[in-house]
Design a protein. Structure first.
Length: 235
């Protein structure tokens, strides 16, 4: 097993599990150690991606809408900012100096030229992964899906739980955040395991690194022996 430190992209406030296209919602996320007792103290570029429907995209919203409107009204024509683009993948930046986590306001909308009929419901997920241009190596981790090296650490991605997303003509302004997130373990080239963990600061509710070690052991030695029962010993 590698001795390289592992840090986790983690939702403190996950996306909602039920959503109407056009609603505004916020996520709170950070990058920290497995127990959540140590934040990573370098800026890290992260890509947030919408997966599960090619007809929908993400847009980042200003965290202060009133202040944004005042600036826009006072700006001269050459100072007018372009509207933030709508895309399946958006770039975010982890800033360790923002205590309490990174608050990101988002909206999911239909991409131009790809309308979905009203009443359509699809299941989507949001992923948070180290941006491609920041990866120290092109090869991902042998066990953790889409985990890559940044600087001298492994950065483990996270996925939201499935979001039931509905296209509606009516405006729905309130959303309720989810309370879980997913990580993906690779057992072998053809099999992965989706593991859900609670989005709370509790050592009893997270995926432990000993589970990573156990999965690698099973992957390496399952062809040599047959077992009916496995017992994991914790601290």
């Amino acid at each position: 097993m590698s001795s390289t430190p592992i840090y986790y992209i983690r939702f403190s406030k996950p996306p909602p599990t039920e959503y109407f296209v056009g609603q505004h919602f916020s996520i709170v996320w950070t990058i920290e150690s497995d127990l959540g007792d140590q934040a990573f103290w370098e800026p890290v570029p992260v890509t947030c991606s919408l997966q599960g429907c090619s007809q929908l995209g993400l847009r980042v919203l200003s965290s202060d809408q009133k202040q944004n409107k005042k600036k826009a009204a006072a700006a001269k024509p050459y100072q007018q900012q372009e509207k933030v683009s709508l895309a399946p993948d958006i770039s975010l930046m982890y800033d360790p100096l923002q205590g309490g986590g990174i608050v990101t306001k988002l909206v999911i909308e239909q991409l131009p030229g790809k309308p979905l009929p009203a009443g359509t419901t699809v299941d989507i997920q949001l992923s948070m992964i180290l941006s491609p241009n920041a990866r120290a190596t092109a090869t991902s981790h042998a066990v953790w899906q889409n985990a890559y090296m940044f600087s001298s650490i492994w950065v483990l991605p996270t996925w939201s739980t499935p979001i039931q997303t509905t296209v509606s003509k009516q405006r729905h302004f309130e959303t309720e955040s989810g309370d879980q997130a997913e990580r993906i373990l690779r057992v072998n080239q053809n099999q992965v395991i989706h593991i859900r963990e609670d989005a709370v600061h509790s050592i009893a509710r997270h995926v432990w690194d000993c589970g990573l070690g156990m999965c690698q052991f099973l992957s390496n030695y399952k062809a040599d022996s047959k077992y009916n029962v496995f017992l994991e010993l914790g601290k």
